[in-house]
Design a protein around this ligand. Sequence first.
Ligand code: ADP
Length: 488
Amino acid sequence: IDKEVKENAANTDSKNDDGVDEQISPAEKSLLQKIIRKGLVETTQDIEIQRKDPSSPLYSVKTFEALHLKPALLKGVYAMGFNAPSKIQETALPTLLADPPQNMIAQSQSGTGKTAAFVLAMLSRVDTTKNYPQVLCLSPTYELAIQTGEVAAKMSAFCNEIKIKYAVRGEEKIYLSFLFCVISVSRGSKITEHIIIGTPGKVLDWAVKFKFFSLSKISVFVLDEADVMIATQGHQDQCILIALPKLHRNIKNEYFKLYTCLYLYLNLLKHTTYRQLPRTCQMMFFSATYEPEVMKFAEIIVNNPLIIRLLKEEESLDNIKQYYVKCKDLDEKYAAITNIYGVITIGQAIIFCHTRKTANWLAERMTKDGHAVAVLSGELTVEQRISVLDRFRAGLEKVLITTNVLARGIDVEQVTIVVNFDLPMDQNRQADCETYLHRIGRAGRFGKSGIAINLVDSSHAMQLCKDIEKHFGKKIQYLDAEDADEIE
Ligand code: ADP
C-alpha cells in the first residue's frame, strides 16, 4: 500500500510541477483553519434543534456560571478569556452537562466554539477518584488530536488532578517498552489517565489489541470532526469498531464496504448487547458540515441524540472595496506589490498567486528587498505550515503569500487587504468566482471592512476581472498603484 501511495504521490507531483492544483486533505484544511483563527467566528444565525421528544425541556444558558461548573474549571474557562458562551455553546453545554447524560450531534462551522464546548463537557465529567480512562475523544489526525489536547490542558490548568493521555503515533512506545522491562507490567499495562484523546487506529489498538484500557469503563465518547473523520480512509470503520467492537467478530470486514447494508444492520443491533461502550456512555458528535453521510454515520453510533445545528453565515462582498491595478508585466506587478506593502501601516495582507512557482518567486524577491513576508504553499510539511501560520497570526510578518491552499476559511481579524497577484481561474481559464469569494469575501463580520486589489497584466486577466465584476454585480474600481495616496 505504501508503495502505491508513494507512486501516486509521485505521479501527482509530476502532473503539477507548477503547483497549480493545491488540493489538501480535509483534515489539513481543518487544522490550518484552527491555527490561523484567533477568536470566535461570530454569527447572526439561529440554532436549529431536532429531538425525538419536542415536549422535553431544552435549556440554554447565557453565562458560564449558570452551568454550575466546578470552581477550578470555571476559573480555567475565564483564564482562557471566555466571557460568555458562544451561540452553539449556549445550547450545547446545558445538554452536554445534564444528568442523566444525553447524546448529542452538533454541527456548526469551524470557529464557532465546538471544541471548547466538548472539552468543557469532557473535563467536567471526569471522576478523579478513579484512576482509569473515563473519557475518550477521537480526532481524525495526530495534529488535530494535539490541538484538542492543548485546549483541554489550558482549560484544566487549575484542575491539576485531571490527567490526559494522547493515543497517537509514537506514544505507545512507552507502554510497549514495558513489555521488555524487568519491572514491567506486562501486556496488560494499564493507562491511569482520566481522558484519552487519540486517533481511531491507535485507540483501537490500545483498547482492543493491547488492552491498555477498557472501553467498557468509558462514560463519555466524543467524536470530533466527524465529517473529516469519514473523509479519512478507514476511519469510519475504526470508529464503528471502537463503539461496537464485538461486531467485528461476527461480520467480515468486507461487509463494512457495503455501507447501506451495514447501516441497516447496525441500526438493528444498536439496542442489543453488541455495544461495547457501555449503554450509559454519553456520545457526542461534532461536525463542521451537515452532509447526509455524516448524519448516517452519526446515527449508526449515537442513540436518540439531540441534534443541534447552526447554519453557516454566507460569505459576502458587501463590506469589501474592490479595485484593479493595470500592470504591463511581471515587473510592474512586483512594483504594485511593493507600493501596496509600503502603505500597509495597520493590519496585514494576504497575496494570492496562481502557482507555487510565482508564490516562491515573489516571496524570494520581496525578502531580497528587505520585506518581511511569509509564504505558504502546498509543498510545505504540516509542521512548516503550522509554523508559518503561527508567525503570521502573531503578526511577525505583515504579508502572507500563498496559493489556493488558504483560499477557504481565512479568518484572520487583522487581514484587511487581500491582493490577487493572479486572478483566480479554473482549469478552462475561466473566472473562478467561487474561489474569488472565498479569498476575499467575509462572513458574519458585522461591518468589518476590507480591501481587495486585483493585479491585471493582460487582456485575459482584464476579462476575468470583468467577468467577476459581472457575476457579483459589484463594481471593481480602477486604482493607480503609482499613486500611494490613492491606495492609502
Ligand atoms: P470550533 O471547534 O467550532 O472550530 P473552537 O472551540 O476551536 O471552535 O473555538 C474557536 C475559537 O474561539 C478558539 O480560538 C477558542 O479559543 C475561541 N472560543 C471558544 N469559545 C469561546 C467563548 N465562549 N468565548 C470566547 N472565545 C471562545
